[in-house]
Structure formats: C-alpha cells, structure tokens
Design a protein around this ligand. Structure first.
Ligand SMILES: [Zn+2]
Length: 165
C-alpha cells in the first residue's frame, strides 16, 4: 500500500491477511473484533497493521464535522476514531458504513466500499420527533443506530434519527 489506507471493522473481518498488510486501524477495533469475531483475532494480529490512537485534536475535528453533517447520532465511538485517524493521516477509508462514507465525502477524504456499493450522494441526518415534527440540534454524544436518542422537548414523544428531507 503506497498511501494510508484506513480499514474499518468490516474490512478487518472480510479481507485476507495479505490485503490487510500495512493498513491503518484504531485501537478500539481490537475490542470490537474480540466481541464480534474472536476467531478472527489471530489472523488480524498476524497482519502487520498500524494500530493508532488518533490525537485529541483530530477526534475533536471529527466530532465537530459529524455534528455539522448530522451523522454524530448513530455513529459509534470506533467509527468516530476511524474518521479522526483518516483526517489526521489524510487517508482513504474502507468502510460500508453510510454515515462514515458520508462524513468522508463531507471532509473531502477518499473512501471505498468494503463489500457493498457506496452511496452516490451525501446524506444528512437529523433527530426528528415523529409526533410533532420538531427537529432537535445535533447531539454531542454518539449513540448506536436505532437506539433511543431521548424524548422531544415539546411533546415528549421518542425522538428518531432519520435522513434529512
Ligand atoms: Zn414532539
């Protein structure tokens, strides 16, 4: 690999050890692999990957970008670190996560799909109340997709993360 190739967890799980060689990954992915596919950890340790912890500055940059695009809610902490690493190294991100792809596009970073074909346009996400239609500001904390993101300040209904209309 001639440039910095940042690999998300789906790449770590589906690529051969040879293909992983020299790739850049974040420390948080080790725990993710141990949880999702512990049988895979030995192959991953055998590949000469660059395990990086992104700096606080690039994490801050990634968080701010995700707040602007509305991708922060639903983005995992690991994905946020992957974005921070890509920003720090000006790397190309290999991911099937639409939010991460969207963020790379917004940041002017290259990305490639691991398995699926990628999105063709930039998506924006928002936290919307299904009851009264109130749209909340992007949150600071991250939450997995589909998880409860709190209740509407106006009517108390459960808020949903949805694609911006
Ligand atoms: Zn409401």
């Amino acid at each position: 690999m001639s440039r910095v190739e940042v690999l998300d967890t789906s790449a770590l799980l589906s690529w051969s050890v040879d293909a992983l060689e020299g790739g850049f990954v974040v420390e948080g992915q080790r725990a993710e692999i141990n949880r999702i596919a512990p049988e895979r950890i030995l192959s991953i340790e055998a590949a000469r990957l660059n395990w990086i912890s992104p700096s606080n500055n690039s994490l801050k940059e990634a968080t701010e970008l995700a707040m602007v695009t509305g991708d922060l809610v639903g983005l995992s902490k690991t994905d946020l670190s992957i974005l921070a690493l890509a920003l720090e190294k000006n790397g190309r991100v290999h991911t099937d996560d639409y939010r991460l792809q969207n963020l790379c596009s917004a940041a002017g970073l290259e990305w490639s799909s691991v398995e699926t074909t990628g999105i063709s346009q930039i998506w924006s996400w928002e936290v919307r109340c299904p009851g009264c239609g109130n749209v909340e500001e992007a949150r600071k904390e991250t939450a997995p997709a589909g998880e409860n993101v709190g209740n509407c300040k106006n009517c108390g209904a459960g808020l949903r993360v949805s694609r911006k209309r």
